[in-house]
Write a new protein. Structure first.
Length: 216
C-alpha cells in the first residue's frame, strides 16, 4: 500500500502555519513586533536557499513561557480565522481521493505538533511527523524537543517513523513545495513537486518527478 507524505506550509496551505499562528500571538500581545523584526529577512533567506538551518530553534524562543492552553487556543484561532480559508481546494481533493483508494496519508512538516492539530482534525489525517514544542510545568520552554523536522532532520524523522511502523520508503510518495525537502523526497520512492520553488522545480525536472500547481 502506498504511503503519501504531505508537507503543509506552501504545499497544502497558501502560506506558513507558523506565520498565521504568530499573527494571533501578536494580536493578543503574547509576543511583540520587536521580537518578530528579523522574520521577514529570514523568509527572504529561505526563498533564496540561504536560510540559517537553526532558524526554527531561534524562532521558537519567542514562545517561551506561554501556557499550553494558550498555545492550543491560538492554534485553533489561527486555523479558524486564516488557515482554513487558505487551504488549497485541490490539495483537499487529492487527500480525499487518496484516502478513498484506501491508501495512507501522513503529514510531514517542520511546523509544530500543536499548531497543525486543528488541520489534522479538519482533514481527518490522524498521523503526523512534526517538530515538537517542549513544555515544562504547562509552559513552553522556548525550546524544540529533539531536532526540528527540517531538511536532513525531516528525512531522519520520516525514516524513523517508517521503521517504527514497519513500512518501506519504497512505498512512500512525498509531496512538497520546497528545495529543503529534497533529502526526504530522494529517500522516498518518488517526490511530487507542488507549487515548487525554483530549486525544487529544477531538481524535480531532472528526476522526472511530477510537478503540479494548486491555485484555488
Amino acid at each position: 500500500m502506498n504511503i503519501h507524505l504531505f508537507d503543509i506550509d506552501y504545499t497544502l496551505v497558501r502560506s506558513s502555519t507558523s506565520y498565521y499562528f504568530l499573527r494571533e500571538a501578536l494580536s493578543e500581545r503574547l509576543i511583540t513586533l520587536w521580537q518578530l523584526r528579523k522574520l521577514p529577512f529570514q523568509w527572504l533567506l529561505y526563498k533564496f536557499a540561504l536560510i540559517d538551518p537553526n532558524f526554527i530553534e531561534k524562532t521558537v524562543r519567542l514562545l517561551g513561557g506561554i501556557s499550553r492552553s494558550d498555545i492550543e487556543r491560538l492554534a485553533q484561532n489561527a486555523f479558524d480565522r486564516k488557515i482554513r480559508e487558505n487551504l488549497y481546494a485541490q490539495g483537499q481533493d487529492l487527500i480525499r481521493q487518496i484516502r478513498d483508494r484506501g491508501e495512507r496519508v501522513v503529514f510531514a512538516t517542520s511546523s509544530f505538533d500543536v499548531l497543525i492539530r486543528p488541520l489534522q482534525e479538519f482533514l481527518g489525517v490522524e498521523e503526523a511527523i512534526t517538530s515538537v514544542l517542549e513544555f515544562k510545568n504547562g509552559l513552553t520552554t522556548g525550546l524544540v524537543q529533539g531536532r526540528p523536522a527540517f531538511g536532513v532532520h525531516k528525512k531522519e524523522a520520516v525514516k524513523d517513523w517508517l521503521e517504527e511502523h514497519g513500512l518501506d520508503p519504497g512505498d512512500a510518495v512525498f509531496y512538497s513545495d520546497s528545495y529543503s525537502d529534497l533529502p526526504v523526497m530522494d529517500f522516498c520512492r518518488r517526490g511530487v513537486a507542488v507549487n515548487p520553488d525554483s530549486g525544487l522545480k529544477k531538481a524535480a525536472l531532472a528526476r522526472n518527478w511530477e510537478v503540479v500547481y494548486f491555485h484555488n
